[in-house]
Ligand binder design. Sequence first.
Ligand code: HMG
Ligand code: MG
Length: 298
Amino acid sequence: SLPRAVKIVEVGPRDGLQNEKQQVPAAVKIELVDRLSAAGFRNVESASFVSPKWVPQMADAAEVMAGIARRPGTIYSVLTPNLKGFEGALAAQADEVVIFGAASEAFSQRNINCSIAESVARFEPVARAAKDNGLRLRGSISCALGCPYQGDVPVPAVVDVVQRFAELGCDEIDIADTIGVGTPKRTHEVFAAVTKVFPRERLSGHFHDTYGQALANIYASLLEGIEIFHASVAGLGGCPYAKGATGNVATEDVLYLMNGLGIETGVDLDQVVDIGHFISSAIGRPNASRAGRALLAK
Ligand code: HMG
Ligand code: MG
């Protein structure tokens, strides 16, 4: 049976905007985060404390975090690849830090410039610091359903990283289809395997929609009992280290699906449609949400 309620983690301000060539003003990012929290998202991934040489768009993370209006109960998450990033996150009063590894060696090298084993060693002090400071810790696993460089990623490789992240003390672990190549069959196989080694209710599905499979994969995940999904308003995004990859599944589309299934999200679809229009206009991009476009045209 399907879950009664799910948590939608809005990742547009981070995953959605990180790839934009034109610097998006901090004021726009701040308005985006504030409008999202007001629409009911309990968790907004707001920025990355990463090297500005690698991801220039996230260079204003501290300014964005300082400018947002904290909504009580909302978790503001940020990406932290190393201790330097963690220190930035702590100073910015993030609620949750995200370490991000990959199930594929080739992708790990291109995204964070080290092997999977080296990345776990690098995350260890970040994880400890998060625990010591009472921050939530999330682990994100890229290329869990396929890799742009090595192609197929065996299910045991995903299980292995989930176990390593579990040992680091992750509160939540994301199964990420970075380049959107996964299909419902593989999604089912991966979740059936990883739920054997990590609690189902703390696993999330992070789907990109490159091949148009994201909603089908979310449905397959729901059938495995997964209750946390990542999405990006207006389908913003792409990945700098995965050529041709499109954005995350659009939040509006996910909300439309959940509403149709009678699954509670706590988020107001109409408000999110407006936010999708706001951010697409602000950055001069077509709105990539099908439901968003349809509802705007009404
Ligand atoms: P490196 O070059 O190997 O590291 O990068 P380094 O320690 O040699 O540092 C190089 C320079 O970066 C130094 O500056 C550091 O100070 C600086 P310099 O001395 O040359 O002036 N630096 C930093 N600056 C600010 N904040 C930091 C930081 N760390 C170092 N935290 C590193 C290694 C991991 C830092 C780099 O590769 C990096 O920042 N990568 C970020 C990659 C990234 O953000 N990718 C996108 C997010 S992941 C994603 O989108 C996938 C996800 O959505 C799930 C999915 O869909 O798969 C989560
Ligand atoms: Mg992503």
